[in-house]
Ligand binder design. Structure first.
Ligand SMILES: Nc1ncnc2c1ncn2[C@@H]1O[C@H](COP(=O)(O)OP(=O)(O)OP(=O)(O)O)[C@@H](O)[C@H]1O
Length: 356
């Protein structure tokens, strides 16, 4: 492979940063909060999937990050561009040079009357990047990288769905963007073709170092990225990080760890199944321990309501998303336990006073 342009510059700044991002739509006097204080950070060169149910705010997020829509409040920065304050001229330059997009619908990605090669060249023509032989060379290199070199002279109607999306990725990369954004890139493909397209995106991410964000409702995308962020009701809720470690027998172990996203002011969303399993609702009891925070059902009216166990009965060092099993009833917090201890000391002192 002879592609030499690396997309991600050396930088410690995140390539995508959303802080408390809000998008409110108003339709017929009714307000819809599509994003409700979303937080997301993606570092240069990372490949991240944002996964969520229909209506969770995925497309709204991607439309803002692509510069096609503006957030109502919060912070959205991509590769040094402030998307909330960006003017018209900066916005056009941003869309041509900083980000590349792949949409679900082929009709949004490719012009039907142009060949694959012409579609890629058109993106460079519009942005005014490269000319003549260097442009033709880059078109060939990108189509080869996406494994559709042999389809260079075919129009979209003469390609399979998977081939069309590969050409669409080549178009998105034509102007060497720092960030690649994809909205349901496999939404119209069958399972095996989806897997092949996601692997092609992973190859591009590894080869060119382009920061890649995919939003999708398809949970199988997790198998193709190291980091999957769950979006729920317009907020990022949990993250799964995948890594590979070699165990003591020299065998590769694939590890997936789940984390809850904690925002600046300490808000987090508990996973749905955790809430259902312990019937957590309305309010919960919290206890601060040396190395973790415990969460217990807060329903005082229920006969079976559990309260935090004393520290010596709790599982040691529970991981971030592990479920702590409630044990024997005990005071709700360290502060409450100290108050009880003080009361016990006071009553012992009273008793010895009486004895005297
Ligand atoms: N232009 C709009 N006007 C009014 N409400 C909107 C608009 N766009 C999105 N919404 C609402 O915002 C919420 C989030 O929509 P969004 O399209 O971002 O969700 P999504 O996760 O991408 O869903 P899907 O997977 O079905 O595409 C939904 O309740 C939707 O109805």
């Amino acid at each position: 492979m002879t592609l030499t342009e690396t997309a991600a510059p050396a930088s410690t700044q995140p390539h995508i940063l959303c802080t408390d991002l809000v998008r409110i739509f108003s339709a017929d006097g009714v307000e819809v909060q599509a994003l409700q204080g979303l937080n997301l950070r993606v570092d240069p060169g990372e490949m991240v999937a944002v996964v969520g149910a229909s209506g969770s705010g995925k497309s709204t997020l991607l439309t803002i990050l692509s510069g096609l829509d503006t957030a109502t409040a919060g912070v959205a920065r991509v590769a040094g561009h402030d998307l909330l304050s960006m003017g018209g001229r900066e916005r056009v330059a941003y869309q041509r040079h900083t980000v590349g997009f792949v949409w679900q619908q082929t009709s949004r990605n490719l012009l039907p009357y142009l060949t694959s090669a012409e579609n890629v060249a058109l993106a460079m023509n519009v942005a005014g990047t490269l000319r003549g032989a260097p442009r033709a060379r880059r078109v060939e290199e990108l189509l080869e990288l996406l494994d559709v070199g042999e389809m260079r002279d075919r129009r979209p109607g003469e390609l399979s769905g998977g081939q069309q999306q590969r050409v669409a990725i080549a178009v998105a990369l034509a102007n060497s963007p720092q960030v690649l954004l994809a909205d349901e890139p496999t939404g119209e493909l069958d399972e095996s073709t989806s897997a092949a397209v996601l692997e092609a995106m992973r190859g591009v991410n590894a080869e060119l170092g382009v920061t890649t964000l995919i939003v999708t409702h398809d949970p199988t995308v997790s198998g193709h990225v190291r980091r999957t962020v769950q979006i729920r009701d317009g907020r990022t809720s949990t993250e799964v990080l995948r890594s590979t470690r070699v165990d003591e027998h020299g065998e590769e172990q694939h590890i997936a760890e789940e984390f809850a996203v904690l925002d600046r002011v300490g808000r987090l969303q508990l996973p749905h199944d955790f809430m259902q399993s312990l019937e957590l609702r309305d309010r919960v009891r919290l206890a601060l321990e040396a190395d973790h925070v415990g969460v217990w059902p807060g329903d005082e009216g229920r006969a079976d309501a559990a309260t935090p166990p004393p520290p010596d009965q709790r599982p040691p060092g529970a991981p971030a998303a592990a479920r702590a099993e409630p044990a024997a009833p005990a005071p709700t917090s360290r502060r409450a336990r100290r108050a009880e201890e003080r009361a016990a000391e006071a009553s012992a002192a009273d008793a010895s006073e009486e004895e005297r």
